[in-house]
Design a protein. Structure first.
Length: 95
């Protein structure tokens, strides 16, 4: 996820801010995702009404709330083995 200059807009707000305040100020700003974009308002609505005390709280909420288009290819990892019970990856084979 890229903030596309929205990080500056988040940092320049006067805190504390409610979700409605933040949506009114920068809700139409779009974040670049691995596959498309999403508005800040769309992300924030997933969490309901909140009060943010710092710009970092806003950024963490946005990172936690982006849709699945932000992760790129689902189930892909070039580092970790498939986790037990995962629907992605290979099925266990007994020899």
């Amino acid at each position: 996820m890229r903030l596309n200059g929205t990080g500056d807009a988040i940092a320049n707000q006067t805190y504390p801010l409610t979700t409605d305040d933040l949506t009114d100020a920068i809700g139409d700003d779009e974040l670049d995702l691995a596959e498309g974009t999403e508005t800040i308002a769309d992300i924030l609505q997933r969490f309901g009404d909140q009060t943010f005390h710092t710009p970092e709280e806003v950024e963490h909420t946005l990172q936690a709330g982006v849709c699945e288009r932000a992760i790129g290819r689902k189930g892909y990892s070039d580092r970790d083995p498939t986790t037990p019970g995962s629907v992605y990856g290979h099925e266990c084979v007994s020899f």
